[in-house]
Structure formats: C-alpha cells, structure tokens
Design a protein around this ligand. Structure first.
Ligand code: FE2
Ligand code: FE2
Length: 278
C-alpha cells in the first residue's frame, strides 16, 4: 500500500500560493484510509498551511509528537481547537522542562509550551510510552532509539531542566521517529533526529529487518553536527540503499546543500508543500 507524506510546517516554503514557513516541523502521513499528523510545528503555520493545501485537520484523530521541543509541539493547542478529541502518541518525557544555552543571556525555554491538563481540557488523550507504539496499519513509532554510534554526539547547547533549578545536557530520550510501510519499503519520518540519523536507521532495521528503508524525510539535525558525522551519515545512507532523502528543518541550508551534492537526485528539499509518495 502506498504511503504519502505532505509537509505542512517547515522553515521554508517550496510551493507558491500563500503558504508560510516557520522554524518547526509538521507532516501529514497518509496510508490507505489512515491519516496521522506527525508533529505540529511551532504554532503559526499548521492551520494556515493546512487550509491552503486543502488538508482537513478536523478529520485527523491521531497525532504523534517526535519530542517535546516547542518547534514540534507549539501547534498542538490550535490543532485541538479545530475539531474533536485526538489521541496524542509520544514519549513520557515530552513535558519535561527544556532549554537552549544562549551565548548572550540565560538559557532560553524551548520545551512544550502547554501543560498536560490544559491540552487534555482541549480534547487531548495522551498515549505515552517509551516503547514502539502501533498507530495504525503499517504505521508505528520507533520508541526510544538506542544510542550506539560514537560519532553522533548530540547537540550540547540543548539542556534539560532539573527540579533544583539547575540544568544539565539533555539526552533527548524522548526523540522518536515514525515508521511507515510504503510499497516496496519503509519511509522513516524524522522530527529533529536528536538520537542521530544513523542510530535511528539502525534501530528501524532492527525493528523491521525484513523491509528495506526506501525513504527518509524530516529534520536530520545535521546542520548542528560536524563534518565527520555528516560524512559517515552519507555513507550509511548510501550503504543502506535509501532511495529518497527529503531533509529539512534542522538540516540547515548548508547541510542540505551538502546532502544534495553527495546524494544527487535521491535528495529533495522537504519544505512546506513537498509531497513524498512511496
Ligand atoms: Fe528538537
Ligand atoms: Fe526541531
């Protein structure tokens, strides 16, 4: 069965017609009659872009959150105001306080901008687990991604708040990806890939050893990594035979250019309005 991914929120717009970009990520995942929203962007673009792309958000009852950062969860409240109750699938740590270290001031809060009770009052039914969760036929979350590579060291400017008011490096244990079965292979939909793209791809292969990964789409965080991580990630993508790589968001423009140079026509820029069918 075909899987179809449509980018609803992203930093850039690749289609004319009044769509807007924001620092964030959100994608509609369709497989047969199943419709799942993966992430909700920062809160400015989702409802607006969905209207222009003729996506009926009120018909989507299942939402998966890749992690708690506000550029992936900020659209949640506005989404819940459009239409009925929804099941929200995520890791139990999505409400933990999170910060970004700043060079010109105190750490900036970048965690989930709503309380759980506020969202539940708007119709959210949270289904939180660190294990892979089945969302629909052929659609599952990765659950927690084991960190096994030595070159995917994470982004040290991201912090986790502690109860005593201090903060420490954030392991981003809540980072998960969505695994969608398309025709002849899997599509892996990334939020920010804080676990490391190679760790994610290896974990997907462990979870679904009989189905090849055909496509990857979403934020890779390679824009925040060094040359070694970029080079080794490109090598793994090639070795696994991934046919389509739609990088965006935290990949950055320079990182995207680098991927395009290395992967040629396998690469596409997954900005707002991009559609991937597998
Ligand atoms: Fe993030
Ligand atoms: Fe992000």
């Amino acid at each position: 069965m075909k899987a179809r991914i449509t980018i609803l929120s992203e930093n850039s717009v690749i289609k004319p017609g009044g769509l807007i970009g924001e620092h964030g990520f959100s994608a509609l995942v369709e497989r047969g009659d199943e419709k799942v929203l993966f992430d909700t962007g920062q809160g400015y673009a989702l409802v607006h872009n969905a209207r222009i792309l003729e996506v009926d958000l009120s018909a989507i009852r299942k939402v998966v959150l890749s992690h708690g950062h506000n550029d992936h969860t900020g659209g949640l409240a506005e989404l819940l105001r459009v239409g009925p109750e929804r099941d929200i699938y995520a890791h139990p740590g999505i409400f933990d306080p999170r910060f970004r270290e700043m060079t010109d001031g105190p750490p900036k809060p970048i965690g989930m901008p709503f309380t759980r009770s506020h969202l539940e009052g708007l119709g959210a039914r949270f289904k939180l687990s660190d294990e892979p969760q089945k969302i629909g036929d052929g659609i599952t979350t990765s659950g927690v991604v084991p960190r096994k590579t030595d070159f995917e060291t994470g982004d040290t400017t991201l912090l986790l708040g502690c109860e005593d008011g201090t903060s420490c490096p954030d392991p981003l244990s809540d980072d998960l990806s969505l695994i969608v079965e398309g025709e002849g292979g899997l599509v892996v939909v990334l939020g920010c890939a804080h676990s490391g793209l190679v760790n994610i791809l290896n974990h997907v292969r462990d979870l679904k050893p009989d189905i090849p990964v055909k496509a990857v789409v979403g934020g890779t965080h390679l824009g925040f990594s060094g040359e070694e991580q970029m080079t080794r990630t490109i090598a793994v993508i090639a070795e696994m035979g991934v046919e389509k790589v739609g990088a965006s968001h935290c990949t950055g423009l320079a990182g995207s250019a680098r991927l395009r140079e290395a992967l040629g026509d396998s690469f596409f820029f997954a900005g707002v309005g991009a559609v991937l069918e597998v």
